[in-house]
Design a protein around this ligand. Structure first.
Ligand code: GRF
Length: 183
């Protein structure tokens, strides 16, 4: 069974989707550890509730992250709403093993400051009539790693950033677990 580490900074709804998919057997894997840079995150609360090992990591500690991932013998690292950059040591130790989910069709609307509602606001402001979800490998630049798969979602003329964010997130939960299953 594959061992996953999930890194999440806030709400952790994608983390929950992964946990549920492992529990139901949809994915033949287990979430061995959850790591957050935010002590008060809902993600850590979810991990505790599910009896999953969890760590709060202060700032961007490449060395500590590397030690934790190695100690749990992790096969894949999933960034599910993790706002810190992954350092060079972990990138080197887990080549093509770290994936991120982003709520737009990258390379559009990615990079620094493109998170949360900012992404969906930018999509609506641009007048694009499609948006989507991108799953990609992680490299040293935000949202720039090799794309694994993308899902297109229609933008409705009546959408607000909030309504679009809500719809995209629902698709993220399904798409992310499908991509992990295929990996
Ligand atoms: C998601 O929209 C994800 O694509 C982005 O951050 C958000 C995290 O949401 N990277 P949640 O914490 O999984 O609820």
């Amino acid at each position: 069974m594959l061992k996953l580490a999930v890194l999440a900074s806030n709400r952790g709804s994608n983390l929950q989707a992964i946990i549920d998919a492992c529990k139901s057997g949809f994915i033949d894997a287990e979430v061995s550890v959850v790591i957050s840079n935010n002590k008060a995150s809902k993600a850590l609360e979810r991990a505790r509730k599910e009896n999953i090992n969890n760590f709060y990591i202060i700032g961007n500690s490449d060395h500590f992250l590397s030690e934790v991932l190695k100690s749990y013998d992790i096969d894949f690292v999933i960034l599910a709403g993790y706002i810190e950059k992954i350092g060079p040591l972990v990138l080197k130790e887990f080549p093509q093993k770290i994936i991120n989910v982003h709520p737009s069709l990258l390379p559009k609307y990615g990079g620094v400051n493109m998170y949360g509602l900012n992404v969906h606001k930018a999509v609506i402001d641009s007048g694009d009539n499609t948006t989507g979800v991108t799953i990609h490998y992680v490299n040293e630049e935000y949202d720039k790693g090799q794309i694994i798969d993308q899902l297109e979602i229609k933008v409705k003329p009546t959408d607000t950033p909030e309504s679009l964010a809500k719809r995209v997130l629902k698709y993220e939960h399904k798409f992310l677990i499908e991509v992990i299953k295929n990996l």
